[in-house]
Every structure is written in structure tokens, then in C-alpha cells.
Design a protein around this ligand. Structure first.
Ligand code: ATP
Ligand code: MG
Ligand code: FE
Length: 351
């Protein structure tokens, strides 16, 4: 079964093909990505209307490219999947519109996918795929969540950020340090030359006893520190970057380990853009090794948004029998959509 997947929830247009045969993990046949980062950089963040227009421009050329790369034809596609949410409404509508129109033209079913389910399952495309059950630490630009994952489609929320996401904390702090958008990777790079103990920044909710996070206070602390430094900021930027990263990573590490203790599970899956952070990976690896926990990550290039994870999630849901595909091509998008709400889509057998 060949699944064509479209991702367009934010500022990356991703298209991919997977082969979801039998019950093995779907195999990635080809994927292509166009990042709009350069286009939005001048504005210091994503401009939704520009994002939508660019998705329109990129979707079909990228589709032609992945089809050619896989040596298949469009007629070989069995299902067309797209990101239904969460994300920017206009950007989602473009992906959904293109996917449904293409599916209708091909006479094949279309299927909406939850963007975070894509992130969460993306480590299944790595060389070292996880097995169920596991705890997932989802750390992206818009979300910071700990989930208990027992199977495809079975996601129980253990805790989440009550305000900013970890990626947002990276990006907003980076912006205060004058780094380009999106700041996460730039801040991480600068932090390599800094002293992580130079500034004592807050670790909010670190000892709250639950699995929730709060990162909105961190940017204020970074701003206060930057102002205090005044002319000295330029010389101390790397130290401030390293201290900021240390604060974020320490909280993520602490809460992830608490989730392992609480669930008693021995497998941790990290997903989302911040999962590419080297300091986070190093610290999680060390802590997990000590506790006999296996930890799994997506391939570095599949941590941030991509089409491969959407095609994969669609393929895995279909294999798990969670989707009732109908021939309807009407669609809606869900700019706000909780992953914990996700179950089986009204299967005929379930009435
Ligand atoms: P969501 O998936 O919640 O809708 P999103 O799609 O914007 O949000 P992702 O694409 O998963 O998020 O990840 C983007 C985020 O990851 C950005 O905030 C970016 O700064 C951050 N990021 C990427 N690489 C790194 C890194 N090496 N270190 C820290 N942060 C990083
Ligand atoms: Mg992005
Ligand atoms: Fe994302």
C-alpha cells in the first residue's frame, strides 16, 4: 500500500511516499522538503499568509519530484494523506486542498493526519526504531508534552507546558540575543562556546511534583539578564546562550525521568524539533543509560516538520486498522487539536 503524504502546517512544505505493506514499519520510499525559513527570516517569524501562498507554489513540484525519485507513478498511490492539524489554518487548508483534489483526481481515498502523531511516530523511520509501550517527550516549536504511548493511536497525556513550548523558549531567547529566526539551532550553536553555569536562570516547575512545564518566565529572565549586561552583552552572549539552553534542558531531563519513574516504562522516545538539540540528547542518553532505559530519536533531518512523518503516521494508522477510509473529499482542518483526543476514526465495525 503506497501512501503519499503532505505536510503544510507551518513553514515547511513536505511531501513523501511510504510503502505500508503488512505489519512491518512503513518504508520510506522518497521525500522532499521545501523550508520557507529564508522567506520569513526578514520578518523575524512566520507570516501566515506568505506561508500559505508558498505551500501552493511548492506542493505539486515536490509531489512530481518524490514520484520520480521512487520510480512510481501517481497511479500507484493508494492513499493521499495530509496534515489536518494542529497548525496555521491557511497553511493547513492548502495541504488539505491539494491532497483531497489529487486524491479525487486519482479516485483514491484521502486521509487527515494529526501533525503531532507524525512527530511522535517519526523515530520509527530511524535505524533504531522503538517498540510499544513507551513514554514520548514531544518537544517542538508549539508543544511540550509527555505522553504514555501504548500503541498507534493510544496516547495518554502525562503532562505538558502550561505556557510556552520548549522550542518557543529557545526561539524567543535567541531573538533577544539577536539571533536569526528560528533561533533554536543558532542558540545551540552559540552555546557550544559558552559557560552553561555563567548565569543562574530559573527552572520553572522543576519541583512541582507533576509533569507540567512552564517556559514563559525564562525569556523574561533572559531579557532582564541581557539588560543588566548592557554593553557587556556582546562579550557574554555565548555564556547567556549556554545558560539558557542548560535551563531548558535540565527541566526537560528532570520531567522526562520523572515520567519514566511514574510509568515504570523502560523506553523513551523523543520527538519534535528540539529533539535535534545535541545537549538534550547527550544528557538524556547519560541519564537513560544509568537507569537502564532505551532512548530513541528521529533521524536529525526528520526532527523538524517533514512529509515523511505524515505519510508514516497515515501508514501506521492504516496498518493498525484505525482508519475507515471513505470516498468523500470534503475536508476540514483543525488548527487547534489535542493528540490525546485521537482515537479510532468511526470504523464501520465499531458502529
Ligand atoms: P509543532 O510541531 O508543535 O506544531 P513546529 O512544527 O513549529 O511546532 P518543529 O518543526 O517540530 O515545531 O520544531 C521547530 C522548533 O525546533 C523550533 O522552535 C526550533 O528552534 C527548534 N529546534 C530545531 N533544532 C533545534 C536545536 N538544535 N536546538 C534547539 N531547538 C531546535
Ligand atoms: Mg518549522
Ligand atoms: Fe511540527
Amino acid at each position: 500500500m503506497i501512501v503519499l503524504g503532505f505536510e503544510s502546517s507551518c513553514d515547511e512544505t513536505g511531501v513523501a511516499l511510504v510503502d505500508a505493506a503488512g505489519h512491518a514499519i512503513p518504508r520510506l520510499l522518497s521525500h522532499a522538503l521545501h523550508s520557507q525559513i529564508a522567506m520569513h527570516q526578514a520578518y523575524g517569524g512566520v507570516v501566515p499568509e506568505l506561508a500559505s501562498r508558498d505551500h501552493i507554489r511548492r506542493a505539486l513540484p515536490l509531489t512530481e519530484y518524490v514520484i520520480k525519485q521512487s520510480n512510481l507513478t501517481l497511479a500507484d498511490v493508494d492513499v493521499v494523506a495530509y496534515t489536518r492539524g494542529p497548525g496555521l489554518a491557511g497553511a493547513l487548508l492548502v495541504g488539505a486542498g491539494v491532497a483531497c483534489a489529487l486524491a479525487a483526481a486519482l479516485g483514491k481515498p484521502a486521509m487527515g493526519v494529526h501533525h503531532l502523531e507524525g512527530h511522535l511516530l517519526s523515530p520509527f523511520l530511524s535505524q533504531d526504531p522503538p517498540e510499544f509501550p513507551f513514554v514520548a517527550l514531544l518537544v517542538s516549536g508549539g508543544h511540550t508534552q509527555l505522553m504514555r504511548v501504548d500503541a498507534v493511536g493510544s496516547y495518554a497525556l502525562l503532562g505538558e507546558s502550561i505556557d510556552d513550548a520548549a522550542g518557543e523558549a529557545f526561539d524567543k531567547s535567541a531573538k533577544l540575543l539577536g539571533l536569526p529566526y528560528p533561533g533554536g539551532p543558532h542558540l545551540a550553536k552559540l552555546a557550544e562556546q559558552g559557560d552553561a553555569k555563567a548565569f543562574n536562570l530559573p527552572r520553572p516547575l522543576m519541583h512541582s511534583g507533576d509533569l507540567n512545564f512552564s517556559f514563559s518566565g525564562l525569556k523574561t529572565a533572559v531579557l532582564t539578564q541581557a539588560k543588566k549586561l548592557g554593553d557587556q552583552l556582546e562579550n557574554r552572549k555565548a555564556d547567556l546562550a549556554a545558560s539558557t539552553q542548560a535551563a531548558i534542558v535540565e527541566v526537560l531531563l528532570k520531567k522526562a525521568m520523572s515520567a519514566m519513574t511514574l510509568t515504570g516504562l523502560k523506553r523513551l522516545v523523543v520527538a519534535g524539533g528540539v529533539g535535534a538539540n545535541a545537549d538534550l540528547r547527550n544528557q538524556l542518553n547519560a541519564a537513560c543509560a544509568k537507569r537502564g532505559i532505551r532512548v530513541h530519536y528521529p533521524e536529525l533531518h526528520l526532527c523538524t516538520d517533514n512529509g515523511a512523518m505524515i505519510a508514516l503516521a497515515a501508514g501506521m494508522r492504516l496498518q493498525a486498522g484505525l482508519e475507515a477510509l471513505d470516498g468523500a473529499y470534503s475536508f476540514d482542518v483543525k488548527p487547534r487539536w489535542s493528540l490525546a483526543e485521537l482515537g479510532a476514526k468511526s470504523l464501520p465495525s465499531a458502529g
